[in-house]
Write a protein that binds this ligand. Structure first.
Ligand code: SF4
Length: 66
C-alpha cells in the first residue's frame, strides 16, 4: 500500500487523523494534512482505507498495489 495526500484539496477536516492517527497528522498552523507514513504496515490498512473514504475533500489516494 502506498498513500499520497493532496494538500491543495485538503480542507483540514481532520477525519483522517481521528481514524488513523498513526498515519495522518495535521499542521498546527492551518490544519492541513501531514502524511506521517506513506507505506504503513498491514495493521493500519483498513483504517487508512476508511480515512480515504470519509475524507470530505477526497484528498487521500490509496494505491493498493504499491
Ligand atoms: S480528512 Fe481529508 S480534508 Fe480532512 S484533514 Fe484529512 S485529508 Fe484533509
Amino acid at each position: 500500500m502506498n498513500i499520497t495526500v493532496d494538500e491543495d484539496k485538503c480542507c483540514g477536516a481532520g477525519q483522517c487523523v481521528l481514524i488513523t492517527p498513526e498515519v495522518f497528522d495535521q499542521r498546527d498552523e492551518d490544519g492541513i494534512v501531514v502524511l506521517l507514513d506513506a507505506a504503513p504496515g498491514e495493521e493500519h490498512h483498513d483504517a487508512v482505507r476508511e480515512s480515504a473514504q470519509v475524507c470530505p475533500a477526497a484528498a487521500i489516494t490509496v494505491d493498493e498495489d504499491a
